[in-house]
Write a protein that binds this ligand. Structure first.
Ligand code: PHE
Length: 455
């Protein structure tokens, strides 16, 4: 009898996959990229990238996972036994593992800011850059938050797929959407917010350069959690009646809505406070926003408290559901491939990631000058290797595998649930064309861009 875990409902499937996709990439990285790349024009290019490339690659991962109902390594092994394609399975596990090691660092920061907001400290910060540097540079506090956030992630993982991941996502994702809706309304009602809306809605096409296009493409892949083990592993828990195209459509819609709404929360607020520039970089949500909250509601401290608390809670939920989705592929692999108990596998993953995560977090403090990897510290190294090298390489391999190795009848059967659901033939041919030709070339370009080939 097959006792492998699965998600319990279609809604659970969508919420879990959306939980993976919606993360710091939406609320933290997307607004930063929008700010740095000129606003509305970037958003337009981003949406085209999501539809043209994100959707087909997500579908590929879904169909590989759902067809095999196995962890990523065994999935490739089942589909192409005795070949080198299994390399992609291992790469997927490694990528998730590496990303988790540094993603947890920023996730821990969001928890610290949420706690600070709750204790009313955000409204009292006098120099937010100094506050941020002091916290991230301290040897103990970030490590404690890191431990707490990992204990939480671990707890959800050991409860299993349905009782842990699915149940948590089903509660947290609607809460996240509700917080976003409230914050958007608040942000719009700030005086001077129209400049922010204009920045997000009026594209200046002269701003679209090849660099903008490639950044948008990179952001699209990161934001959708593509090209690694995550969505493939989640799809291995999909039930046989799950509709892959519809699920991918829902996940993409939620992810893109959250990203754009985060822009709508942040920029009207930023523009309503004229001293702050919109292209403040990665410090935007940790350094700029506390200032923005204080200035925007200077007469009503209670609103500073409430707005900051809701915003950092939003960021924390987004980060946690993504951390869970990074933990799961590695745990599932150890559990199924090496036949280790699930609890034990989870303990190994948590222990290794906490150790490496601590080194990453200390690279903002005591280890700041320790740069053993080609001049990079731990945090930058893990970020560089996973997001800039493993991700694009994995993306290209997934496209080539689906497009050239898998039988098109297998793909058709997965997408249509063995003919039970209707999919236009044109959609199918377009999918094959993109996955065979367009997507691998486009990802190769992002890769070259990130390695500085076009600099
Ligand atoms: N998609 C997540 C985000 O937007 C990041 C992530 C990448 C999560 C890969 C899981 C896997 O933050």
């Amino acid at each position: 009898m097959n006792t492998r875990a699965s998600f319990g409902s279609k809604l659970g499937i969508i919420m879990a996959a959306a939980g993976s996709a919606v993360g710091l990439g939406n609320v933290w990285r997307f607004p930063t990229e929008v700010g740095a790349n000129g606003g509305a024009a970037f958003i337009l290019v981003y949406i085209v990238c999501i539809l043209l490339l994100g959707l087909p690659v997500m579908l590929s991962e879904f169909l590989i996972g759902r067809h095999t109902h196995a962890n990523t390594v065994d999935a490739y092994r089942q589909l192409a036994p005795g070949t080198w394609w299994v390399f992609q399975g291992y790469l997927g596990v490694f990528t998730a593992w590496f990303i988790l090691c540094y993603y947890c660092v920023v996730s821990a920061w969001t928890m610290k800011y949420m706690v600070s907001a709750f204790c009313g400290q955000i409204s009292a910060i006098s120099d937010s850059a100094e506050y941020f540097a002091h916290f991230t540079g301290s040897p103990l506090e970030p490590v404690i938050y890191l431990l707490v956030i990992f204990i939480f992630t671990h707890f959800i993982i050991i409860r299993g797929v349905q009782k842990g991941i699915e149940r948590f996502s089903k509660v947290m994702m609607p809460l996240l959407l509700l917080i976003i809706a409230i914050l958007v309304v608040c942000s719009f009602s700030m005086p001077g917010s129209r400049a922010g809306m204009k920045f997000l809605l009026m594209p200046d096409f002269t701003k679209i350069t090849s660099k903008v296009v490639l950044s948008a493409l990179g952001q699209a892949f990161y934001s959708l959690s593509l090209a690694m083990g995550c969505l493939c592993t989640y799809a291995s828990y999909f039930t046989d009646d799950a509709k892959l195209v519809k699920t991918a459509g829902s996940v993409i819609s939620i992810d893109t809505t959250v990203a754009i709404m985060s822009g709508f929360i942040i920029f009207p607020a930023v523009f309503s406070v004229s001293e702050v520039a919109p292209d403040a970089g990665p410090g935007l949500v940790f350094i700029t926003l506390p200032k923005v909250f204080q200035m925007a509601f200077s007469e009503y401290p209670i609103f500073v408290w409430l707005f900051a608390l809701m915003f950092y809670l939003l960021l924390l939920i987004a980060a946690l559901t993504s951390m869970i989705s990074l933990h799961e592929p590695v745990t599932a692999f150890l559990h199924e491939h090496y036949k280790i108990g699930r609890q034990k596998a989870a303990v190994i993953v948590t222990a290794v990631c906490v150790s490496l995560g601590i080194l990453c977090t200390l690279s903002f403090g005591p280890l700041a000058d320790f740069k053993p990897f080609f001049g990079m510290g731990f945090f930058d190294f893990f970020d560089f290797v996973s997001a800039k090298i493993f991700l694009p390489v994995g993306g290209i391999i997934i496209c080539l595998f689906t497009g050239w190795k898998l039988d098109s009848s297998l793909i058709w059967n997965e997408l249509t649930n063995d003919g039970r659901i209707y999919i236009p033939k044109l959609f199918f041919w377009l999918f094959l064309f993109i996955i065979r030709f367009l997507a691998p070339v486009a990802i190769a370009l992002i890769f070259a861009n990130e390695l500085g080939v076009f600099a």
